[in-house]
Design a protein around this ligand. Structure first.
Ligand code: SF4
Length: 489
């Protein structure tokens, strides 16, 4: 018996009463009674199961309330309708357009030294006095050569560590070299330092102001929680952050400092406190991030302290609280939801490296380690620290641009994890809002693709996407607030 109906079954059929043809879509159960349909550009519609049956059997009446909606969302088309196919093709091209630009984010790991000793740290940090874990000028020069080979008109230079401010001399050198090279090229050059702010002096901040450098910092919540998560001598990480934040805002500018949080086991019962702290310190949003299974997080087993279900409960409670704050007039967003909602509710793709397809590894972002090794992503660098060099693409001193970006490990990872053809993802209705994460899956299972039913990445994506869909279905005011987050109203 054939597994599929003949082709004409799926094509428009003038002999059937309504004569519509199905456009490509996938569906996924939202609950017992309802499914979500999505197409490859991320448009979606919720539908009762009996309506889905009628739709695919070409029995949905043209005057059915859902008919016009499905037609508008490009799930079906009527005889003679050519525009929907052209529109879908155009939107697909728009969504993928950033690929032609190639690598934007260039991460320079200027030092592995750090004054903190966070249990969940993703970097296998070194103690402060080991200067041999600093990047040299020679290595930085070679990395800059590679960065300026990128065809992208926009280049983002991000300094990471360890604590990059411990090698501020090199940051100054790289910034000035990059500005000098860019003087004749005129690219959109942006600069960011990822720092805890604990060692930020006014002189450093003035330098950042003068060279238009933004700061990406870390705040895990109120003082007790932050200090517990982020130990340093003196147990004063939070006080230093608050002081550094005030000075950075005063010197560089209000919007020049962002903050990221990481969810430790101790954070789980404290999501409201964490959000309150972000509001108190006048941030306009928060990224409720789960732990990544790399570096110290794995070594200290803090990654295993909670599973994706527990994180999802934490996340949902946080999201509900943020909506409550919004209703009380406090403007505040959750950034993970904002990324997914942008893909769901607009034609824009936020190009968030960790949620892109094909994976952003190497082609959206690249990492130059302190010793000149080049990695497909920050997580790939951490895997190497754990003894797995799969995603080490070369070394700035010995590899050419072509060697690095046509490295078989990189090309294989991108191809194997491409969600539009990957088993499990290719017929998943969440796919247009999801992304590929070959480094995570390789690290956890030894396979770039990973088995999706067992994948924590998949459970989180599926869990958050379905939660957002249900919220928008059950509460029109939530939908309105979400639209405000992504700028559609
Ligand atoms: S990772 Fe999971 S949620 Fe994402 S597209 Fe694949 S199957 Fe769907």
């Amino acid at each position: 018996m054939s597994r599929f109906q003949p082709l004409n079954f799926y094509q428009r059929s003038p002999s059937r009463p309504s004569g519509y043809a199905l456009l490509p879509f996938r569906f996924e159960a939202l609950d017992d009674d309802e499914v979500v349909l999505s197409n490859m550009v991320g448009e979606f519609a919720l539908l009762k199961r009996d309506k889905l049956r009628a739709l695919v059997n070409h029995e949905l009446a043209a005057d059915d309330v859902d008919y016009a909606r499905l037609r508008a969302r490009h799930m079906l088309r009527e005889p003679g309708d050519e525009a929907p196919v052209e529109l879908l093709a155009l939107k697909t091209r728009t969504r993928m357009a950033h690929l032609a630009a190639f690598t934007n984010l260039h991460i320079f790991v200027v030092s592995l030294r750090c004054d903190h000793s966070c249990q969940y740290c993703q970097v296998s940090r070194q103690s402060e006095d080991k200067a041999r874990f600093d990047m040299s000028r020679e290595t930085a020069d070679k990395a800059l050569d590679l960065m300026f080979r990128s065809p992208n008109r926009a280049l983002k230079l991000e300094f990471q560590g360890g604590e990059p401010l411990l090698n501020f001399e090199l940051i100054r050198y790289v910034v000035e070299q990059a500005e000098q090279r860019n003087a004749s090229q005129g690219r959109d050059l942006r600069k960011v330092i990822t720092t805890t702010l604990s060692l930020a002096t006014d002189e450093m901040l003035r330098y950042c102001r003068d060279h238009d450098i933004h700061l990406s910092s870390s705040l895990d919540g109120p003082e007790d929680l932050h200090n517990k998560n982020r130990p340093r001598p003196g147990r004063d990480s939070h006080a230093r952050f608050v002081d550094g934040l005030a000075r950075a805002r005063a010197i560089i500018g209000r919007d020049a400092v962002a903050a990221l949080m990481t969810t430790s086991a101790a954070s789980l019962p404290r999501v409201r406190d964490i959000i309150d702290e972000y509001v108190r310190l006048e941030f306009d949003g928060i990224f409720l991030r789960h732990l990544s299974p790399y570096g110290f997080a794995l070594k200290t087993k803090s990654y295993q302290a909670y599973d994706s279900e527990r994180w999802l409960d934490f996340y949902k409670e946080g999201l509900a609280y943020i909506l409550e704050l919004n209703r009380a007039g406090v403007p505040f967003r959750e950034y993970y939801a904002s990324i997914l909602l942008t893909k769901m509710l607009t034609v824009r793709d936020p190009n968030f490296v960790d949620l892109s397809n094909p994976s952003g590894a190497g082609i959206s972002a690249i990492v130059f380690n302190y010793d000149g090794d080049v990695y497909a992503s920050d997580e790939a660098r951490m895997l190497k620290e754990m003894g797995d060099a799969t995603f080490c693409l070369g070394n700035v001193h010995t590899s050419s641009y072509e060697d690095i970006f046509t490295n078989e490990a990189l090309l294989g990872a991108l191809e194997d994890s491409f969600t539009l053809s990957a088993p499990g993802c290719s017929d998943c209705a969440i796919e247009p809002w999801c992304g590929a994460d070959p480094v995570f899956h390789h690290g956890m299972t030894g396979d770039m693709l990973g088995r999706k039913p067992e994948s924590a990445f998949c459970r989180r994506q599926m869990g958050v996407a379905k939660h957002l869909l249900r919220l928008m279905r059950d509460d029109p005011s939530a939908r309105e607030l979400f639209e405000g987050w992504v700028g559609t109203c």
